[in-house]
Design a protein around this ligand. Structure first.
Ligand code: ZN
Ligand code: ZN
Length: 268
């Protein structure tokens, strides 16, 4: 199986949670024959089935912070990752690894935690080795009330990172300096600033300063200003164009619900 990203939801924030104009189901990242689900928000299991993916294959569950558009369906996804829950004596089969903030544990029942093989409490700067792949929690500046992290996967042939929800910070470019492919949560277009998130004009120079230049950038987690009945138009295509014209990044892709992205194609 080639490494792949499946965009289950390209939306973020409370308006998309309500309307599902863009889905809020997170991303499947398949690497080294491992299926991981990152930030399974509202509708995650519906979108997995809609896009003909198999929830039973998921073995790595990652929730970057305790905002409902990132975690609401976590228990559903854990429970759906096995066809059989327990044996005749109600011994539950253990499967999978959960990586998340310590804050998140109040939102998961013991019932679901007990289904997991391994639980990893993660905070910024932590590193965890999963089957030979180094997984690092990158820095975020997001909610003052919630812990959070971005996530960087270092594989043998390439490195891929998810910024998660964040604003820019001084060493943003350095944080992603050895990354080939970056998945950027870009809530708003142009210079429409949002206190805890990114807009294009704020982040553009930081993206351009990543050394060596990114092979691929995927923008996702669009808010309602970017594309919804509340916005004057779909700003996504113009933001891709703007980033292409103002950065040194070779491949820039806008997430769409259900889009499947081959990693190999992006590394060209
Ligand atoms: Zn979010
Ligand atoms: Zn958030």
């Amino acid at each position: 199986m080639d490494d792949e990203l499946v965009i289950l939801g390209s939306g973020g924030g409370r308006h998309h949670i309500r309307t599902q104009y863009r889905a809020t189901a997170g991303v499947l990242y398949k690497f080294n024959d491992i299926q991981s689900h990152i930030d399974p928000g509202p509708g995650a299991i519906v979108r997995i089935n809609q896009h003909k993916e198999d929830p039973v294959k998921t073995e790595l569950f990652i929730v970057t912070h305790a905002h409902v558009d990132h975690y609401s369906d976590l228990s559903v996804i854990i429970e759906s990752s096995r066809e059989i829950l327990h044996d005749g004596k109600y011994n539950y089969y253990k499967k999978g690894t959960l990586i998340t903030t310590s804050e998140m544990f109040q939102y998961i029942s013991d019932y679901h935690l007990n289904m997991l093989e391994e639980i990893v409490k993660f905070k910024q700067g932590d590193i965890f080795n999963y089957k030979g792949v180094e997984i690092k929690a990158t820095k975020v500046v997001h909610s003052p009330k919630n812990e959070g992290f971005g996530i960087k996967f270092k594989l043998k042939n390439y490195s891929l990172a998810f910024t998660s929800d964040t604003m820019v910070y001084d060493d943003f470019s350095e944080e992603f300096s050895d990354v080939n492919i970056l998945v950027l949560n870009l809530l708003r277009p142009n210079s429409i600033v949002c206190k805890r998130h990114l807009c294009t004009d704020e982040v553009m120079q930081y993206l351009n300063n990543i050394e060596p230049p990114l092979d691929g950038l995927i923008i996702t987690h669009f808010g309602s200003y970017m594309d919804s009945p509340r916005s004057t138009k779909n700003y996504v295509p113009s933001q891709v164009k703007k980033l292409q014209e103002n950065t040194n990044i070779k491949n820039i892709i806008a997430a769409e619900d259900g889009l499947k992205i081959s990693i190999r194609e992006l590394l060209k």
